[in-house]
Design a protein around this ligand. Structure first.
Ligand SMILES: [Zn+2]
Ligand SMILES: [Zn+2]
Length: 213
Protein backbone atom coordinates (compact mmCIF):
# COMPACT_ATOMS: atom_id res chain seq x y z
CA UNK A 1 0.00 0.00 0.00
CA UNK A 2 0.95 3.62 -0.51
CA UNK A 3 0.83 6.30 2.13
CA UNK A 4 2.42 9.74 2.36
CA UNK A 5 3.52 11.05 5.72
CA UNK A 6 1.75 14.29 6.58
CA UNK A 7 1.80 16.70 9.46
CA UNK A 8 -1.85 16.18 10.53
CA UNK A 9 -1.38 12.46 11.01
CA UNK A 10 1.84 13.03 12.96
CA UNK A 11 0.09 15.55 15.18
CA UNK A 12 -2.77 13.19 15.81
CA UNK A 13 -0.40 10.35 16.63
CA UNK A 14 1.34 12.55 19.19
CA UNK A 15 -1.97 13.54 20.76
CA UNK A 16 -2.99 9.89 20.92
CA UNK A 17 0.24 9.20 22.80
CA UNK A 18 -0.58 11.81 25.44
CA UNK A 19 1.17 14.82 23.90
CA UNK A 20 4.74 13.66 24.51
CA UNK A 21 6.49 10.75 22.82
CA UNK A 22 9.65 9.43 21.21
CA UNK A 23 9.97 9.63 17.42
CA UNK A 24 9.88 5.82 17.28
CA UNK A 25 6.60 5.67 19.20
CA UNK A 26 5.10 8.34 16.94
CA UNK A 27 6.18 6.32 13.92
CA UNK A 28 4.59 3.15 15.30
CA UNK A 29 1.37 5.01 16.02
CA UNK A 30 1.20 6.40 12.47
CA UNK A 31 1.88 2.94 11.07
CA UNK A 32 -0.81 1.42 13.27
CA UNK A 33 -3.51 3.92 12.37
CA UNK A 34 -2.78 4.53 8.68
CA UNK A 35 -0.69 1.67 7.28
CA UNK A 36 -1.87 -1.55 8.88
CA UNK A 37 1.38 -1.65 10.85
CA UNK A 38 3.60 -2.22 7.84
CA UNK A 39 5.94 0.21 6.09
CA UNK A 40 4.17 1.64 3.01
CA UNK A 41 5.57 0.61 -0.40
CA UNK A 42 6.63 4.13 -1.30
CA UNK A 43 9.25 4.16 1.48
CA UNK A 44 12.36 2.02 1.14
CA UNK A 45 12.52 0.83 4.70
CA UNK A 46 11.58 1.67 8.27
CA UNK A 47 14.49 4.07 8.64
CA UNK A 48 13.51 6.25 5.70
CA UNK A 49 9.91 6.27 6.92
CA UNK A 50 10.96 7.40 10.38
CA UNK A 51 13.37 9.99 8.97
CA UNK A 52 10.54 11.47 6.93
CA UNK A 53 8.41 11.76 10.05
CA UNK A 54 11.22 13.37 12.01
CA UNK A 55 12.03 15.77 9.18
CA UNK A 56 8.40 16.87 9.04
CA UNK A 57 8.38 17.39 12.80
CA UNK A 58 11.57 19.43 12.64
CA UNK A 59 9.86 21.65 10.05
CA UNK A 60 7.46 22.65 12.81
CA UNK A 61 9.96 22.71 15.68
CA UNK A 62 10.97 26.21 16.87
CA UNK A 63 14.31 24.83 18.08
CA UNK A 64 15.29 23.79 14.56
CA UNK A 65 17.88 25.80 12.67
CA UNK A 66 16.25 28.46 10.50
CA UNK A 67 12.78 28.08 11.98
CA UNK A 68 10.70 31.12 11.10
CA UNK A 69 7.82 31.91 13.44
CA UNK A 70 6.28 34.29 10.93
CA UNK A 71 5.90 31.47 8.40
CA UNK A 72 5.08 28.47 10.53
CA UNK A 73 3.34 27.86 13.78
CA UNK A 74 5.41 25.80 16.24
CA UNK A 75 3.91 22.36 16.73
CA UNK A 76 6.61 20.15 18.18
CA UNK A 77 9.14 20.86 20.91
CA UNK A 78 12.18 18.71 21.52
CA UNK A 79 12.27 17.98 25.23
CA UNK A 80 14.88 15.22 25.22
CA UNK A 81 16.86 13.02 22.87
CA UNK A 82 14.41 12.00 20.14
CA UNK A 83 11.60 12.99 22.49
CA UNK A 84 8.94 15.41 21.28
CA UNK A 85 6.12 17.23 22.99
CA UNK A 86 3.25 19.00 21.30
CA UNK A 87 3.69 22.77 21.55
CA UNK A 88 0.07 23.23 22.57
CA UNK A 89 0.35 20.46 25.09
CA UNK A 90 -2.36 17.95 25.92
CA UNK A 91 -2.78 15.01 28.21
CA UNK A 92 0.19 15.15 30.53
CA UNK A 93 0.20 18.92 31.02
CA UNK A 94 -0.84 18.87 34.65
CA UNK A 95 0.67 22.08 35.93
CA UNK A 96 0.04 24.72 33.32
CA UNK A 97 -0.48 27.79 35.53
CA UNK A 98 1.27 31.11 35.07
CA UNK A 99 4.77 30.15 33.98
CA UNK A 100 5.11 32.30 30.94
CA UNK A 101 8.08 34.36 29.87
CA UNK A 102 6.16 37.45 28.76
CA UNK A 103 9.11 39.79 28.25
CA UNK A 104 10.80 37.44 25.82
CA UNK A 105 7.77 37.66 23.53
CA UNK A 106 8.84 41.08 22.33
CA UNK A 107 11.12 39.40 19.85
CA UNK A 108 10.44 36.65 17.39
CA UNK A 109 13.48 34.73 18.51
CA UNK A 110 12.52 35.28 22.10
CA UNK A 111 9.03 34.01 21.38
CA UNK A 112 10.15 30.72 19.90
CA UNK A 113 12.59 30.28 22.75
CA UNK A 114 10.03 31.12 25.36
CA UNK A 115 7.77 28.42 23.93
CA UNK A 116 10.67 26.00 24.14
CA UNK A 117 11.54 26.96 27.69
CA UNK A 118 7.96 26.68 28.81
CA UNK A 119 7.94 23.21 27.33
CA UNK A 120 10.96 22.31 29.45
CA UNK A 121 9.17 23.63 32.51
CA UNK A 122 6.18 21.51 31.56
CA UNK A 123 7.94 18.30 30.63
CA UNK A 124 6.30 15.84 33.02
CA UNK A 125 9.30 13.58 33.28
CA UNK A 126 11.85 16.31 34.01
CA UNK A 127 9.45 17.93 36.46
CA UNK A 128 8.93 14.68 38.36
CA UNK A 129 12.66 14.15 38.73
CA UNK A 130 13.08 17.74 39.90
CA UNK A 131 10.46 17.53 42.68
CA UNK A 132 11.68 14.07 43.63
CA UNK A 133 15.02 15.72 44.36
CA UNK A 134 13.91 19.02 45.94
CA UNK A 135 10.46 18.24 47.30
CA UNK A 136 7.36 20.45 46.99
CA UNK A 137 8.62 23.44 49.00
CA UNK A 138 9.49 26.68 47.25
CA UNK A 139 13.28 26.78 47.02
CA UNK A 140 13.22 30.53 47.37
CA UNK A 141 10.88 31.33 50.29
CA UNK A 142 10.09 27.89 51.72
CA UNK A 143 6.35 28.15 51.01
CA UNK A 144 4.44 24.87 50.95
CA UNK A 145 1.06 24.71 49.20
CA UNK A 146 0.14 21.69 51.31
CA UNK A 147 0.88 23.49 54.59
CA UNK A 148 -1.22 26.44 53.47
CA UNK A 149 -4.08 24.75 51.61
CA UNK A 150 -4.10 21.20 52.99
CA UNK A 151 -5.14 18.36 50.70
CA UNK A 152 -5.87 20.77 47.84
CA UNK A 153 -2.29 22.01 47.77
CA UNK A 154 -0.70 18.59 48.05
CA UNK A 155 1.97 17.87 45.43
CA UNK A 156 1.47 21.29 43.83
CA UNK A 157 4.41 23.50 42.92
CA UNK A 158 5.65 25.41 39.90
CA UNK A 159 8.88 24.28 38.33
CA UNK A 160 11.12 27.05 37.04
CA UNK A 161 13.74 26.65 34.34
CA UNK A 162 16.88 28.46 35.54
CA UNK A 163 19.08 28.34 32.45
CA UNK A 164 19.18 31.71 30.64
CA UNK A 165 17.45 31.67 27.25
CA UNK A 166 20.60 32.75 25.46
CA UNK A 167 22.48 29.67 26.64
CA UNK A 168 19.98 27.22 25.22
CA UNK A 169 21.28 25.38 22.22
CA UNK A 170 19.23 23.64 19.57
CA UNK A 171 19.56 20.11 20.85
CA UNK A 172 19.37 20.96 24.51
CA UNK A 173 18.53 18.26 27.03
CA UNK A 174 17.22 19.44 30.37
CA UNK A 175 18.99 18.41 33.60
CA UNK A 176 16.11 18.15 36.11
CA UNK A 177 18.31 19.03 39.09
CA UNK A 178 20.67 21.67 37.69
CA UNK A 179 18.27 23.33 35.24
CA UNK A 180 14.95 23.13 37.09
CA UNK A 181 13.90 24.36 40.52
CA UNK A 182 10.58 24.23 42.41
CA UNK A 183 9.15 27.66 43.17
CA UNK A 184 5.84 28.83 44.62
CA UNK A 185 3.59 30.82 42.27
CA UNK A 186 4.60 34.14 43.84
CA UNK A 187 8.34 33.62 43.66
CA UNK A 188 7.98 32.21 40.16
CA UNK A 189 6.11 35.30 39.03
CA UNK A 190 8.76 37.52 40.67
CA UNK A 191 11.78 35.86 39.00
CA UNK A 192 10.05 36.41 35.65
CA UNK A 193 9.61 40.14 36.30
CA UNK A 194 12.91 40.64 34.49
CA UNK A 195 14.30 39.16 31.32
CA UNK A 196 16.43 37.11 31.61
CA UNK A 197 14.82 35.83 34.79
CA UNK A 198 16.19 37.00 38.13
CA UNK A 199 18.39 34.43 39.84
CA UNK A 200 17.07 32.46 42.80
CA UNK A 201 19.96 33.75 44.94
CA UNK A 202 19.08 37.34 44.15
CA UNK A 203 15.39 36.86 44.96
CA UNK A 204 16.30 35.05 48.17
CA UNK A 205 18.51 37.97 49.19
CA UNK A 206 15.66 40.37 48.39
CA UNK A 207 13.24 38.44 50.62
CA UNK A 208 15.81 38.23 53.40
CA UNK A 209 16.59 41.92 53.40
CA UNK A 210 12.87 42.76 53.56
CA UNK A 211 12.16 40.44 56.46
CA UNK A 212 14.97 42.09 58.41
CA UNK A 213 13.69 45.60 57.78
ZN1 LIG B 1 8.28 31.19 47.13
ZN1 LIG C 1 10.00 30.07 35.16
Amino acid sequence: MKYTVNIDDIEQALFALGGEAKAKAIQDQVLKVHCGESIPDNYQHEKSFRQTIQRKMEDYCPQAEGFDLSKKEPKFIRVGHGLYRHANGSGKREFTAAEEVPDAKQYVEGATRSIAVNAYERSADARNKCVEHYGYKCQCCGFSFEEKYGELGKAFIHVHHVKPLAEIKNSYVVDPIKDLIPLCANCHAMVHRASPAISIEKLKAEIKCRSQA
